[in-house]
Design a protein around this ligand. Sequence first.
Ligand code: HEM
Length: 449
Amino acid sequence: MAETSAAAFPLTPRSMPHVLLSLIRNPLDALPPEIFREPIIFTRMGGKMRVYLADPELIYQTLVRNSDALGKGEDVRRLLGPALGDGILTSDGAHWKWQRQSVAGAFRHEKLLELQPAMIAAAERRRDLWQSHQNDTLDLCQEMMRTTFDIIVETMMSGGDGIDVDKVERNITNYLKPTGWKFALGLVGAPNWMPHPGREKAKAAVLFLRATLAKVIAERRRSGIERSDLVSMLLGASDPETGRTMNDEEIIDNLMTFITAGHETTALGLAWTLHLLARHPAYQAKLFDEIVNVTGGNPLRADHVGKLTYARQVFSEAMRLYPPAPIISRAAVRDFTLAGYTIPAGTIIYVPIYAVHRHASLWEEPLVFEPERFEPEAAKARHRFAFMPFGAGPRVCIGNGFAMMEAVAILAVLLQKFRVTGSSEPSPKPIMKVTLRPMHPLPIHLVER
Ligand code: HEM
C-alpha cells in the first residue's frame, strides 16, 4: 500500500544556508553526503519535496517506467532556457517528441559510420598541431574542446561556414559560469530576472551565440545548396500532426543544443581520460598495445574504431569517475509510486550520476581508476543503470553512439603518436558548471613515440 502523507517521508534534514553556499561554489558539494551510500534521500527545501536517487533499480523505475510522470522542470529551464530555448534538451511532451524524431536519422548507426572519417581527420589535425608543441605543457580541456568542436561543426553543420571557434568557446564558458547562482536562486524561488554575478556576461554570450547560428541558417537558405546534415534536417523537418515546419528561432534552439551538448561533454570526458592515463602509465601502455594490434602500426581507419574495445573501457571508466553530465533532474508532473511511496506532483527528482558512479554499495574501491571494471563479464554482472553517463529512458542522450565513436577515434589517433605524462599534484577537484569541469586546468606533457 503506498504512503501518501508528506509526514510519512523519512526526510533528511539539510541546512539551507549551507546548501545555498555550496550551490553557488560548486553544486556537487550541495548533494546530501548520504547519497554516496544510501539508495534514496528525501529532503524538503524551498517549499518543495526533493528526492535524490542513487539506486539503479529506483532510477530505472523513475526514468524509464515512469517517464510519462516527469518533465524537465523549472531548474532546467531557468539554467538552460535562455540559451537553448524550447529545443530538444529543454522541451517536454509533443514538442520534444517531434524534435527528437526530426533529428533521429542523423544519429542512426549507419549514418554515424559515415561520419567516422571526419572524426579521424579532426583528430589527425590536432595530432599534427601537437607535433609543434612537444616541449610545451598543454591545457587538456582547451585542446579537447577545440577538437570536438571541430568535429561537431564539420559533421553536423558541414563546416559551419566560418564560425569563430575561440569566440564561441569563450562565450559558452561565460554562459555557464553563473550555473551555481542560478541553482541557488531557483532554490529560494527568486524570479528569473534577479541580478547575480556573471548575469550580464551570460546574456551577452547568448546574444553572440544565437546571432552566430542565425548567420549559418541565413547562409544556408541563401546558398540553396543541398547537404545531408543536421542543419538541413532541421530546415526540412515538419510536424507529423500539424505539418508545420520549424521557424528560425526553433532551428537556432536546436543548433545551440547540439553545439553545446555535442562537444563540451565529450571534450571533458576525453580531458579527464588523458589526465587519468598520464597518471596510470600501465593502463596507457595497455591501450597503446591495443592500438598497435588493431591498426598494425598504420594510420587509424574507420573500420578500426569499433575494434578498439579497451579504448572504450578506458573512456567509460574515466566517465564513471568524472561523468561529463554529473546531475540530471526532473519535476514530477503527476503523482507516481516509487519504493512504496507516492511521490506527489511537483516533487523535484535528482539523479546525481556523479554519486551513482562513486556509490559505496555499487563499486568496490569507487575512487580507484580501473578500466578492467568495464570488461564485458564485469559489466554484465552489474545493474544496467549503475553506470549511466548518458542518462536513461526516453530522454537518454541522442549523441551517445556519436560520442563513443569520436572519443575512441581521438584517443587512438593521439596516443598512437604520443605518450602523455602529467604532474604529480593531486587531481584537481571537479566542479559542476552544468557539465563537469576541473576546478583548475589539467596540464599535460607530450612525449613523441
Ligand atoms: C561523452 C559525451 C556525452 C555525455 C556524457 C552526454 C550526456 C547526456 C545526458 C546525461 C543526457 C540526458 C540529460 C537528461 O536526462 O536530462 C544527454 C542528452 C542529450 N545529449 Fe548528450 N552527452 C554526450 C554527448 C553528446 C553528443 C556528442 C551529442 C550530439 C552530437 C549530444 C546531444 C544530446 C542531446 C540533443 C540531448 C537531449 C536529448 C533529449 O532530451 O531527447 N550529447 N546527454
